[in-house]
Structures are given as C-alpha cells and as structure tokens.
Ligand binder design. Structure first.
Ligand SMILES: Cc1ncc(COP(=O)(O)O)c(C=O)c1O
Length: 374
C-alpha cells in the first residue's frame, strides 16, 4: 500500500517524463478531425489530472473505477442519484449531518426515502429491509459516536436481498479499511479529510466495484457536473502519497490521547474504537488495520464545555477532521446541527460532547493543551 499510494493510478506523465502528473488546466481539447481525439473532449467528461486521481483511488480501494467530485457531499449526492422515486435507502444511525440533510431536505422532495437504522443491530437491520429498500448506507465508525458496523455481515445481507451496500470510508481511508474487499459495492470519501490530509482542499471520491455501476456513476458525474478541478485533483494526489505515514502518526497520537482522557475526572466517557471496552472494538480490529484518529468525549456537566473549547490553544476549534493539525469540534452546534434537538439527544449527541480530530503534532504538546484547558 505504501508503494501504491506513490506509484498507483497513473505514475508520472508519459509525454514529458515528469515524475508527477501535471495539472492539465484546460476545459477543452483539440480534435484532429470530427470524432478523432486523444481520448479527451471536454473536462467535465474527462481530464487527465482528475483521471490520474480517479485511477489512484480505485487502485487503493481495490475497486473497478473511481470518480472525483467537488466535495464529499457532491460525491454522496451523485451516489444517491443512482436511485429513483419510490426507492428507500437505509442509513446508519448518526451518519454525517450533511448526508442526513441532503436526504431529508433535498432527496425527500424527489420521493427518494431514507430510514435511520442502528446498523450495529443486524436483526433490526434485517427487519428494516422491505421491497422499496434499494441500498444500505454505512459509516463505520460513525461520526461522532464511533459506532462500528460489521461491513462484511451487512454486505452479505444486502447481497441476499439484491440491494447495494454503500460505505462512507472517510474516517478510515483505504489504508485502514477496504469496504469493497469486505463486500461493499460502492465506497465514498470526503477526501477533504485524511486523503487530502492538509486542510487545504475540499473534494469527494467515489469508487465502485463493477462496470455497470461505473458507467452509471460516470453518466451522473458528466450529466450533473459536480467534478473536481485539475488543481485540486493534483493537490489530492499529492496528499495521498503521504497517507500511510501520516495515518500511523495520527493513530499513535490518538491512542495516547484516548488513554489520557479516560483517566481525567472531568471526562464521563470516551468514544474511541481503539479502546478495548468500546462496544465495537472487536469488529473494528477484525475489519480494519487500526481505529483511526477521531475520538469523542463527554465532559462532566459540572464543567463548562464552552470554556474548555475556548481555553484550547494548540488544538483549533473548527469544523472538519483528518488534517495534520488537531481540531476540536462541538458536534451539537457544528457538524450535527442539522439534526433536530430530540434526535440528537436520542442518539447521544449531547451538548457536552466534544469531538477531537487528532493531528500529527507532538503528542505531549497536545496533552499539555488539553490539561491546560481542563
Ligand atoms: C463522514 C463524512 N462524510 C461526508 C462528509 C462531507 O464531505 P465534504 O465536507 O467534503 O463535502 C463529511 C464532512 O465532514 C464527513 O465527515
């Protein structure tokens, strides 16, 4: 994998020998005669820099084909467009707020329905599959409570029922988890996060496991136009090259911080699948090569969580995750504000829940910052 991130997809530029795929900043291509071209006609349909990225992510996820979009939400939207009026998608409890929002507020208007299911409960999931259900959409671990879903079992169940399994693999990346190998049909990413890795671009990726789905997703990508631009494609290829080394350090830091937090009297609970007593720990270590570097914790009500966030100096309060810098987030008012209050309470996204994306800084500096904020 460490070699594939550097040499996978399209390695360098054949026409010049450039070691890196150039930024083909062009909208159109010269046609030698009517219908005769070098494989590119218009950059919404195909662009060599984007294509290099698309081949790379497909290689990394062990899929059939990859597609790059202007954001994770554009990628998710394109995947939902595979379905039609009357279809229903089962989604994980506490999926990313934006996924919930696009289904609830946009696709609902087109009669594409959704139902939230606790995917950790396979019996309940089975009972939720009806005639109109056409896909199961998983995030594992989920954001922000780190529920772990058994991707292999869910994919088998989906196959038995002739429906698709879609996995948002943003939190894990193919370095840690390969949903297609576990049986999923479609994998998608907010590449804004670990794949980009430097909080300097917004991008989305989709990988599918067969030709038929590839043709459909390409048709949607070309028809609706939510493509990733050449410069951002280049940045993303550049980011992916260091994914394994960054990820190793992210995880090393996250493990230490999870251990630190669980021993603090200000903290009621830590959600991190790397902890042995996390409910999904066994499945996590079985289906992934690590627990990632996002963790959440509940600050005891005696303490003021707002002050805690204000007191952080090195860890930045901000949306997003997966960058080299550590970020703190308040899910109830930030990432999951789109969820109604009652639903947030029911799911456990309480007001005193804090989510950390652990960066690759010196871990003792991070721990000092947390200590100081407490
Ligand atoms: C798990 C997950 N999926 C999808 C998205 C949406 O991606 P983007 O912000 O790149 O549109 C996010 C963003 O935070 C996310 O965390």
């Amino acid at each position: 994998f460490e070699s594939l991130v550097i040499h996978g997809g399209i390695d360098g530029d054949k026409s010049t020998g450039a070691v890196n795929v150039p930024i083909y900043q062009t909208s159109t291509y010269k046609q030698e005669a009517l219908g005769v071209n070098k494989g590119y006609e218009y950059s919404r349909t195909g662009n060599p820099t984007r294509e290099a990225l698309e081949k790379l992510i497909s290689d990394l996820e062990k899929g059939y084909a990859g597609f790059a979009f202007a954001s994770g939400m554009a990628a998710i939207t394109a995947v939902i467009m595979l379905f039609k009026s009357g279809d229903k998608i089962l989604i994980s409890n506490n999926v990313y707020g934006g996924t919930f929002r696009v289904l609830d507020k946009i696709f609902n208007n087109f009669n594409i329905k959704y139902e939230m299911v606790d995917m950790t409960d396979i019996k309940k999931l089975k009972e939720s599959i009806s005639e109109e259900v056409k896909a199961i959409f998983i995030e594992s671990p989920t954001n922000p409570l780190m529920d772990v879903t058994d991707i292999k079992t869910v994919s088998e169940l989906a196959k038995e029922n002739g429906i698709l399994t879609v996995v948002d693999n943003t939190f894990m990346t193919p370095y840690l988890q390969k949903p297609i190998v576990l049986g999923a049909d479609i994998v998608l990413h907010s590449a804004t996060k670990y794949l980009g890795g430097h909080s300097d671009l917004v991008a989305g990726l989709v990988v599918v496991n067969n030709k038929e789905l590839a043709e459909k997703v390409h048709f949607i990508q070309n028809s609706t136009g939510g493509i990733l631009q050449p410069f951002d494609s280049f940045l993303l290829i550049r980011g992916i090259k260091t994914l394994p080394v960054r990820m190793d350090r992210h995880i090393q830091n996250a493990k230490k911080i999870a251990g630190f937090l669980r021993n603090r009297e200000e903290v009621d609970r830590v959600y991190y699948p790397g902890l042995e007593d996390h409910p999904g720990h066994d499945i996590q270590i079985n289906q992934a090569n690590g627990a990632g570097a996002v963790l959440s914790f509940v600050i005891n009500k005696k303490y003021d969580y707002k002050k805690f966030l204000e007191n952080l100096k090195l860890i930045t309060l901000g949306e997003s995750l997966g960058g080299v810098e550590s970020l703190a987030c308040h899910p109830a008012s930030m990432t999951h504000a789109a969820l109604p209050y009652e639903l947030r309470q029911k799911l456990g996204i309480v007001d005193n829940l804090i989510r950390l994306s652990i960066g690759i800084e010196n871990v003792d500096d991070l721990i000092d910052d947390l200590k100081n904020a407490f």
